[in-house]
Design a protein around this ligand. Sequence first.
Ligand SMILES: [Zn+2]
Length: 593
Amino acid sequence: MAYGFGDEFLSDLRSRCDIESIISRYVDLKRSGSDFVALCPFHGERTPSFHVSVQKQMFYCFGCGAGGDVITFIMKIENLSFPEAVQHLADIAGIKVPRKDFMDSELAALRKRVYEINRVAARFYHDFMMSTEGTRGLEYFSSRQLKMSTIKHFGLGYSPPAWDSLLNHLIEKGYNVSDIIAAGLALKNENGRTFDRFRDRTMFPIIDHRGNVVGFGGRTFDKDAPAKYLNTSDTVVFKKQDNLFAMNFAKDSKAPQIIICEGYMDVISLHQAGFTSAVASLGTAFTQRQALLLKRYNTNVAVCFDSDGAGKKATARSIDILEANGLTVRVLTVQGGKDPDDLMKTEGGPAMFKRMLEVSPNSTEYKILTVKQKYNLTLESEKTLCIKELINVLAGIQSPVERAVYTEKIARDMGIKPDSLTAELKMLQKKLSVKAKRDEKRKLLSEIQSRNDRINPQKQKWPKAAKIEEDIISILLNYPEKIDDVEKNIGEADFVTDFNRRVFNAVSEKIKQNPAGEHLNMLSKHFEPSEISYIHSFITDINALSVSPNTLCELCEQLKEQRNSIIQAGFDTDESFEAQLQKIREKRKNGCK
Ligand SMILES: [Zn+2]
């Protein structure tokens, strides 16, 4: 995936987009020597393993293995393609992308068309609702006490009951049926017939934090329908777990905290009542990516889910995810089985909600309350069980000061001495922290491993050879002047794994073009962000390798030996090793018959 941008233009762009200032728009960078460290925005962690090197203009996370230059960072965090990330940075730097250089990848071009189709569709649904045929939709929203200004603000609409109204409208406007299907707005049945996905539903456009219409939620009028809402399924521009409804408005709110609720109508009613920082998770369990999106705009959140059993579970889960990603959580409970939408419609409701925001319990108080409600504390036996469960809550508190405060409080409430809690608490804490660290490490390692296996699958078969290849590449990246020594000894044909051969070719080409350049950074236009992260892991490993003048020659010799022994074992390296392996497998299979 090479793009038409010239290295010169990209170098200029990188020099104007200092990695420290760009990354600090997303995370809190703390100085550490000549570098910066932070909590990684790509995985949940409590101790920082995300490093930014100003001198090298690179980032690397020792936890999850994400790494690269400023363009790779933007691709990952904004979920953009390479040309889109370049455009994004050029806008920040205030420089023009040379048109002759700009060449959309197929994916970037499709995404552009899908954004456009979504925008036209949102307009269509809205206009249809405002027409004489669309009164059913408008009546629904006014029955929910929405003002016309609110309906317009959110771009709400109504999808016609017919099978192909939107399709015909979009085709008339010149859009392709395949693009309309890619946008998730039409479906094709087994007979090849295409039809509108959203029919006879009130429509809620989902707009991302950049202002693009990325998808829709559609509410049915059918009271017996198993699910009231139908959401756009994942498309090239929309992943449910990455987005939050109304984030486009909430990000600009000056409110002290972001309010997370369950439904579209909760959010809209709250905004109408002046709570413009309300967002909704889109009918999914709250995800880490949503937490990280919130964190860019505000680290204080108030969770306001339904107070039924499912809502309580969702609350507990979202507290864990939000806190693991460094957000401070309060929990709002609307009493009497009501949701925020109901509350906004009752007399004095908005004022009550405002007070609740100020006095609602923090996550620890909420957890303690929830545990206590489960037990009949007048019975000694239940009281003991309750205390045991409360110790679990205490053990989960990260801050020692906060833990001490709540230990005192629980002891007082339960009429026991704090000391009797502390002993058991310490034991449990030790057990939990060891386990949590081990689990986290295991999870990350397995994620990194599966990423590596995907990128260089041949490394599993020839780990020794692949490791030598990686060492040679990392020496070249650190000491580009060694290129002649390498080329005297080996060529691309000596590489055993296809991926490393590709990296070697790209690196040596860059070094020859510009011996003094930042060669690793120059790779970002030839490789995917995950591949760049993988290449970065070679370099962070180099510290373990002592580089003497002879090291390189030795490595080259070792690689040739490896290659020869693999060939002797029956492989011919002129073809891809994977293809060879397949041939041998087939031969063996046939031989067995
Ligand atoms: Zn990370």
